[in-house]
Write a protein that binds this ligand. Structure first.
Ligand SMILES: [Mn+2]
Length: 466
């Protein structure tokens, strides 16, 4: 059986069901999964309901309804099959649609998972889309949603664009449907639809351009020297997507020159980006990255269904609510960022760390860590700890680094997973961004242990942290 057979089998299972419950995750990928699957299912005239959970764990299992509905676990479930078994769910009433590592389990629940087939850069929204397309080929309008989910799960980050089936099937379908526009060799930069250009450039540190990254005033002068107007005639800041092609070229080549002048590589300056031409200009819905942030904001403020409504096309109340959450989301992240900078981090040889206590929701600490990193020493991975409101005995740890440091051999997922397991906790994520839960009592030792593992990674890769 190949991956395609699994997709086909899943579509058959769905088509045969009378009543379906989707249990999905609250991040952009999970929200996209739910919107894709539930629309594809209701188009088959099968009744469907959805439940979102922060994590599938014993505490959240009661949210899974005890009824005779067929249950699809999306963007979660592969690693929690024993929980399903404990719940008494049979193989006939479950389908897992996931891209995470599978947990060995006595029951063989049907599963569509791209990971064991070597498709490491496709998210669960991608898998959901392939199932939706198998159900009905007219579902290609959902390709756009799958791209948002994939980009939200950082599937485009390492290679500066989507690759594998996410690129060859899903992006191509979106282009054919004309709801997706591929911009090859676009600037690898966040906020191209909503941020003033100089802020877009200044907030970007991948690649790190000296004098511009982390330096809004420097970025402004850089644009001024190139003769790029920062405002429109009516006094509003222009955004990257509004620039004409020669202006974009001027900026990109000047950035490339800066990098070359400092002996840096230019490859990460370019990325393939995905735009949505049917959305309103200068809104976060115009490109996959910003769209994903909007969904994440909904999820992190416990309103994933609002993100779902937007993916279904609601541009009224749901969109206004989401914009409000995004504003709030950004204000709290800014406050966290300021707190980290004002308080200062403690430095060890291979990492910098800080405990923020219970001041900020644990769901945004990782984002704050990523942003703080570029304001601190970007060459040292950052580890932020915080309290977990649901369990006072636990501490959540979020780590972030950048591509440059990953290129020197650092794998945060491996480091946090190894160290947290030693203390009876658990962790996961990616090389560049990872998280873990540990017992509160282990905090001090844990930081030292992670520091040592990072040192070993640098050594194994034959590099150091300077
Ligand atoms: Mn995911």
């Amino acid at each position: 059986m190949g991956f395609c057979d699994d997709v086909k089998a899943a579509a058959e299972q769905i088509a045969a069901a009378k009543k379906i419950t989707i249990i999905s995750h609250i991040d952009a990928d999970g929200i996209a999964c739910e919107a894709i699957l539930s629309q594809a299912i209701s188009r088959q005239e099968i009744s469907v309901k959805s439940v979102f959970v922060r994590q599938l764990e014993p505490l959240t299992m009661p949210q899974v309804p005890q009824d005779d509905s067929f249950k699809i676990f999306a963007d979660l479930g592969a690693g929690q099959q024993n929980l399903m078994m404990d719940r008494g769910l049979s193989e006939k009433e479950v389908l897992i649609v996931d891209h995470h590592i599978s947990q060995p389990c006595e029951r063989e629940y049907p599963q569509v998972n791209c990971l064991p087939y070597g498709h490491t850069r496709m998210s669960a929204a991608g898998v959901s889309y392939l199932i939706a397309k198998q159900l009905d080929s007219s579902n290609i309008d959902l390709a756009k949603l799958a791209i948002v989910g994939n980009v939200g799960d950082m599937m485009a980050r390492e290679k500066c664009g989507l690759v594998g089936p996410a690129r060859d099937i899903i992006v191509e379908d979106g282009v054919r449907h004309q709801s997706v526009e591929v911009r090859k060799k676009d600037l690898n930069c966040y906020g191209t639809a909503t941020r003033p250009i100089h802020l877009s450039l200044a907030y970007n540190d991948d690649p790190f351009v000296r004098g511009i990254s982390n330096n809004p005033e420097g970025a402004r002068q850089f644009l001024r020297k190139l003769g790029i107007k920062e405002k429109t005639p009516d006094g509003r800041y222009r955004v990257w997507e509004e620039l004409d092609a020669p202006e974009k070229r001027t900026i990109i080549s000047a950035l490339a020159e800066q990098l070359i002048a400092h002996g840096e590589k230019v490859d990460r300056l370019f990325a393939e980006t995905y735009g949505f031409p049917d959305e309103l200009p200068r809104t976060p819905l115009r490109n996959a990255q910003e769209y994903a942030t909007l969904l994440n904001a909904c999820g992190r403020w416990a309103k994933p269904a609002i993100g779902g409504a937007i993916l279904r096309g609601d541009r009224g109340q749901a969109y206004r609510d989401a914009e409000h959450m995004l504003t709030n989301h950004r204000a709290i992240i800014r406050s966290l960022l300021q707190f980290i900078i004002d308080t200062g981090v403690k430095e060890l040889e291979h990492l910098q760390w800080l405990h923020v206590g219970g001041r900020y929701p644990d769901t945004i600490v990782g984002i704050g860590a990523g942003m703080a990193l570029s304001k601190l020493n970007p060459d040292k991975p950052i580890l932020i700890m915080c309290e977990v409101p649901e369990d006072t005995n636990l501490t959540k740890c979020s780590m972030r680094t950048n591509e440059r440091v990953v290129g020197r051999g650092i794998d945060l997922q491996q480091a946090l997973n190894e160290a947290s397991t030693e203390y009876g906790g658990g962790g996961g994520g990616h090389k560049i961004a990872a998280g873990a839960y540990i017992p509160k009592t282990a905090e001090q030792e844990f930081v030292i242990r992670v520091n040592r593992i990072l040192g070993e990674q640098f050594t194994a890769a034959g590099s150091d942290n300077r």
